[in-house]
Design a protein around this ligand. Structure first.
Ligand code: HDE
Length: 695
């Protein structure tokens, strides 16, 4: 296909090879060097600076089709943002099967070891608008489109394995309550407000997901350091039609890491795009993010033996109960070329499954199967959204669906119905259904038509209690403090009290700590449909218990100034790179500064590069420079915030006046420069009680 218009200097097109029109190839937007600027209809433009006027100071003429078309198009550049998950970031890559499962599923992407399937992934926040920030406390979307050779499979999951509600009919209420409040239009991208907590307090089934969202899972350090979950129970179906239940898990190669709350709040000012930039830069640097795909497979008998219902999306099956089997890995190795074409126009559908993968009767999943198809029509304007390149399957597709707005295909022949006998007359009869096509796993279904929640969905508190009990002491403090923070933003007292009464059903000490943090009396426990039981704790639920002590994927900010030891900076940078991290130099001025040995140009200026942006910091300063910086609030804040955010601080002897001014006390995370690459693999949780009054 000719994808650029060749023009001579006079703007004449050489259309010699570019077929257009019926049955031919469609001309694409020209790209590359030496292109002639044209209108959308291909007419060369001679002047893109001045509109057509009557006289050089006269009125603009209606006949100016160049101006009108340009402004007209611009006026319509935006499409409706996603009603949820509006803000997201995408990357391309591949899934590679490492442990084939033909016995469990006939999905072709799981058929052979080494088989690669292209993917696109979109990570997102839920509540904020498309232009909001990356680091609020929120659930994160983790949606993967597998372009398999049997069609597209979309695994549209989250970084939290449970959901707030059990039935799709509650979704609009949940989302209305968490989004900015209807009258005032704030707060943006935050759950800390009356309406969300009102909903939570009245819907005890939210409690499990609330615990996860209030934990450090709600403020991930990086998309690359999050787990992903399909959430619902799905089915795998093999060639013989036998079905097993399955839950899908993504496990990040870098391990899980999170921010601390004060840091995540400050990052919302320092870098709106903190996660988007991190993903982009890692891929640009060739440091390709990677996850393992794990499955928990179980049958009806196991499902029946559990004290909760596997069709209830507010429940997990702990890995200690059904082990994870890793069957593949996903690598993201290519950034998008265009944010609009590949992110805004990307359309996920949980109803996109391939032969070998099937749905369960989870009532939340069942509702999603309708919602996503429906919403794409509203967002993308046409039932032909599947033709947008990022949504189109990469395998051939053929059917009798025709026409519709923005139809770009030009089917040939008369066979637009089926069955037909046109082939008997030598015409193309078109595609036919195949016995190898998608087959739903047979399942006996019976029951009365009714609107009723199953009894087996009634235990809302045992799993949140299990989650709470599975956390480290420090993680529990984060949860309690997060709830105190959120409820401190709730203006209506009765809502706060009702949340406390629900928390009592999860764990009395948690409720007590939150009440104390708010200086409120502890109300009675809310009536509950089913009292919580003590399930076994699950270490897999804790981030800190599963910490990967590595510098990979972590960034170290190195503060220097005129006169600093360049050799020390270079050595430290090399060591950081060697350990898989990224050094970033910072100075009060970004032009080249004269150092003891040579000059150095900083990557960032101090005022624009607070320590919130880094996982650890280094100070390479002369005593004179440190004394001067001790008078600069940006420099003092750089150090004191790194300390308060529990980061490693490496320094040379000269930096002492700045450390003293910032009130830094020695601990395991405060080190000389030589010790920093090791120290920077950790956060110093033990320091936290010194720097923060935790609930
Ligand atoms: Fe979604 N959700 N959702 N959701 N969801 C959307 O689809 C919906 C749910 C999730 O990056 C929307 O294309 C309903 C659970 C992700 O493009 C919409 C219910 C999980 C994304 C929609 C749920 C998710 C969405 C908005 C309750 C985790 C972003 C735009 C029955 C398993 C996809 C769009 C992307 C997006 C509806 C619950 C994950 C409106 C009705 C549970 C990751 O269709």
């Amino acid at each position: 296909m000719a994808n650029s218009l060749d023009r001579d200097d006079a703007g004449n097109a050489d259309t010699g090879n570019a077929e257009t029109g019926n049955g031919g190839e469609t001309q694409q937007l020209a790209s590359g060097k030496d292109q002639v600027l044209t209108t959308n209809h291909g007419v060369p433009v001679s002047d893109n600076q001045n509109s057509l006027k009557a006289g050089d100071r006269g009125p603009t003429l209606l006949e100016d089709f160049v101006l009108r078309e340009k402004i007209f198009h611009f006026d319509h550049e935006r499409i409706p943002e996603r009603i949820v998950h509006a803000r997201g970031s995408v990357a391309h890559g591949y899934f590679e099967c490492t442990d084939p499962i033909p016995d469990l599923s006939r999905a072709s992407l799981f058929a052979e070891a080494g088989k690669r399937t292209p993917v696109i992934v979109r990570f997102s926040t839920v509540a904020g608008g498309a232009g909001s920030v990356d680091t609020p406390r929120d659930v994160r979307g983790f949606a993967t489109k597998f372009y398999t050779d049997q069609g597209n499979w979309d695994l549209v999951g989250n970084n939290i394995p449970v959901f707030f509600i059990q039935d799709a009919i509650k979704f609009p209420d949940l989302i209305h309550s968490v989004k900015m409040e209807a009258d005032r239009g704030f707060p943006q991208a935050a759950s800390a407000h009356d309406t969300f907590w009102d909903f939570v307090s009245l819907m005890p089934e939210t409690m499990h997901t609330v615990m996860w969202a209030m934990s450090d899972r709600g403020i991930p350090r990086s998309y690359r350091m999050m787990q992903g979950f399909g959430v619902h129970t799905f089915k795998l179906v093999n060639e013989a039609g036998q079905a097993q239940f399955v839950k899908f898990h993504w496990r990040p190669k870098l391990g899980m890491q999170s921010l601390v709350w004060d840091e995540s709040a400050k990052l919302q000012g320092a870098d709106n795009d903190f996660h988007r930039r991190d993903l982009w830069e890692a891929i640009e640097a060739g440091d390709h993010p990677e996850w393992e795909l794990g499955i928990q497979v179980f049958d009806q008998a196991l499902a029946d033996s559990l004290p909760y219902d596997v069709l209830d999306a507010t429940k997990i099956i702990p890995e200690e109960v059904v082990a994870l089997r890793v069957i593949g890995r996903m690598v993201l190795d290519r950034n998008p070329d265009n944010h609009f074409a590949e992110n805004e126009q990307l359309a996920f559908l949980p109803s996109n499954v391939v032969p070998g993968i099937d749905f369960s009767d989870d009532p939340l999943l069942q509702g999603r199967l309708f919602s996503y198809l429906d919403t794409q029509k509203s967002r993308l304007g046409t039932t032909n959204f599947h033709q947008i390149p990022v949504n189109a399957p990469k395998c051939p597709y053929a059917n009798m669906m025709r026409d519709g707005m923005m139809q770009t295909q030009v089917p040939e022949g008369r066979a637009n119905y089926e069955p037909n006998s046109l082939s008997e007359a030598g015409e193309d009869g078109g595609p036919r259904a195949s016995a190898r096509g998608y087959r739903t796993a047979p399942q006996r279904v019976e029951g009365e038509k009714l609107r009723q929640r199953a009894e087996s969905f009634a235990d809302h508190f045992s799993q949140p209690r299990m989650f709470w009990r599975s956390q480290t002491e420090n993680e529990q403090a984060h949860i309690a403090s997060a709830i105190v923070f959120e409820l401190s933003k709730v203006g209506l007292d009765h809502i706060r009290r009702r949340v406390l009464s629900q928390l009592r059903n999860v764990d009395d000490t948690l409720a007590q700590r939150v009440a104390e943090g708010l200086a409120l009396d502890l109300p009675d426990a809310a009536p509950s449909a089913q009292a919580a039981t003590d399930l076994d704790i699950s270490d897999a639920l804790s981030i800190q218990k599963n910490w990967h002590a590595t510098l990979q994927g972590r960034k170290v900010g190195i503060l220097f100034d005129a006169g600093s030891d360049n050799a020390a900076i270079q050595k430290l940078s090399d060591d950081i790179r060697q350990a898989g991290g990224t050094p970033f130099t910072i100075a009060p001025k970004v032009g080249g500064l004269k150092l003891q040995d040579g000059t150095l140009t900083a990557d960032g200026q101090l005022a624009g590069s607070p320590s919130w942006l880094f996982d650890a910091v280094a100070l390479v300063l002369t005593t004179d420079a440190a004394q001067k910086l001790a008078q600069d609030s940006a420099a003092v804040g750089f150090v004191s915030d790194a300390f308060a955010h529990l980061k490693a601080i490496g320094h040379d002897a000269g930096a002492q006046p700045l450390l003293d001014r910032a009130g830094i006390k020695a601990d395991a995370g405060i080190t000389d420069l030589a010790g920093l690459t090791k120290a920077a693999t950790q956060r110093y949780w033990a320091r936290e009680p010194q720097v923060r009054d935790l609930a």
